[in-house]
Design a protein around this ligand. Structure first.
Ligand code: SF4
Length: 440
């Protein structure tokens, strides 16, 4: 389900980004974004001993089920405890109903080691306190099964914030490691943590490159096994693999970890700089680093170049949706020669996006927030060759003759790292090729 959320303030303001040539405007109005429940689709694939129980309506169930495309005879690692009329009217005690559903589930599914209770708009509307429910259920099931909660509601979030909320709740469940005095400056004792859900194949490729650079023991969070707890303390340095993890980063910082400033590992340029940030922090010799990056970088350049003739000079317009818009715009402009007409972003985390903004083509028009009607007007005036937007806007825009790319596909698909750079370029060239073939 798309959420269309009218926000009262309909203002528009502009501000210069310190230290950059970009002019970031802000606007508020109706938004067209998916809700945070969508994150369950890629989170359940990654964390293989976890179950995501949405506490929501039939609409929430339909959203998650259809987005995941799960066949009915599969044993998925997500489901919905449906809040029905009896819960809404107070005839049934929603907490008792939830306990009953969780007991049934955990009795039947012994493979579940972590259960996430995922809040939704309906559970928030009836003020069902899922943190208390998690505490109560933990008393019953933990150890054995850890019960956590987070909100995936569409009331305040854009869809990738579901992952942020999920990872933040996982960190909160980790035991606190005793603090030592001051940050650990000794590279020999530093531990590198990669933060953000990555497909297993991407994780394996990255791990090979880290090993080639002589960086061993790199941990990925979230991991495939929810019971594994990465040690997070002052000797931990972390690299964000996704640009939408503000709350997760705050939790890591609070435990003494240090974020390594870097762009995101999308395309050759972003991935190179991302690995270089790791190499610098971990004291890797420049020659060793360059040797480790050489072959994967060349493969990525070759794979990306195949799409350049199709994309060079084409105009692209981004509606705000996934939070990946700025790194993607940087890749498409710098490596494929696309013209950025407008880059819409739900919100900009100024620190986490600083290195991306430095690499972005000068004078790029960036719009933070959304007033969807105005943005559609600007999109039509710009006549882009390709529009990146959510599903709710894609069909009407296609009907008007625009070529679109669903932004959600960019989160479902493995796109990070050198070996995915060509696939990432193809995600943008394919809709143009298809249009060309249809027109021929
Ligand atoms: S959480 Fe809210 S926005 Fe998301 S599917 Fe449920 S009702 Fe719709």
């Amino acid at each position: 389900m798309n959420t269309v959320i009218p926000i009262q303030v309909a203002n528009k303001e502009s501000l210069a980004t310190p230290g950059s040539t970009h002019h970031i405007s802000q606007e508020r109005g109706q938004r067209e974004v998916f809700c945070g429940l969508t994150g369950i689709i890629w989170l359940h694939r990654k964390i293989q001993d976890a179950f995501f129980l949405v506490v929501g309506s039939r609409t929430c169930a339909h959203l998650v089920q259809s987005a995941a495309g799960v066949m009915i005879f599969a044993e998925p690692r997500f489901g919905t405890a449906i809040i029905d009329d009896r819960d809404l009217s107070g005839i049934a005690d929603a907490n008792e109903e939830l306990d009953r559903v969780v007991n049934q589930l955990l009795k039947r599914r012994r493979d579940i080691k972590t259960l996430f209770l995922v809040g939704s708009c309906p559970s928030e509307v009836i003020k069902l306190d899922l943190s208390r429910a998690a505490q109560r259920l933990n008393a019953q099931f933990n150890p054995g099964v850890k019960v956590l909660n987070y909100s995936g509601s569409g009331i305040e979030t854009t869809f990738t914030q579901g992952e942020d909320a999920c990872l933040a709740s996982l960190i909160d469940s980790f035991p606190v490691v005793a603090h030592r005095a001051g940050p650990d400056q000794d590279t020999a004792h530093k531990k590198l943590l990669i933060v953000g859900t990555l497909a297993d194949v991407v994780e394996d490729q990255m791990q090979r490159i880290f090993k080639a650079m002589g960086i061993h023991g790199v941990e990925f969070f979230p991991g495939r096994n929810s019971q594994h707890v990465p040690e997070i303390d002052e000797s931990t340095v972390y690299l964000l693999a996704q640009p939408f993890l503000a709350d997760t980063a705050k939790r890591l910082d609070a435990r003494g970890a240090t974020r390594l400033p870097a762009p995101y590992p999308l395309g050759v340029q972003g991935t190179s700089a991302w690995f270089e940030a790791a190499a610098l922090a971990m004291g890797v010799d420049d020659a060793v680093r360059d040797q480790a990056l050489l072959a994967p970088r060349q493969r990525a350049q070759t794979a990306t170049a195949k799409h350049r003739h199709l994309l060079q000079g084409k105009k692209i317009f981004f509606f705000p949706d996934s939070q990946l818009e700025i790194p993607l715009a940087r890749f498409l402009s710098n490596e494929l020669g696309m013209q950025l007409t407008e880059v819409g972003v739900p919100y900009i985390h100024r620190q986490h996006m600083a290195q991306e903004l430095e690499l972005l083509a000068p004078h790029t028009v960036i719009m933070e927030g959304q007033h969807v009607e105005r943005q559609i007007d600007r999109c039509e005036a710009a006549h882009p060759d390709l529009v990146v937007c959510g599903l709710g806007l894609a069909n009407p825009l296609e009907a008007k003759g625009y070529t679109t790319k669903w932004s959600i596909e960019l989160v479902f698909t493995p796109i990070q790292g050198f070996d995915q750079a060509g696939d990432l370029a193809e995600l943008f060239s394919r809709p143009l090729t298809r249009k060309h073939k249809i027109a021929a």
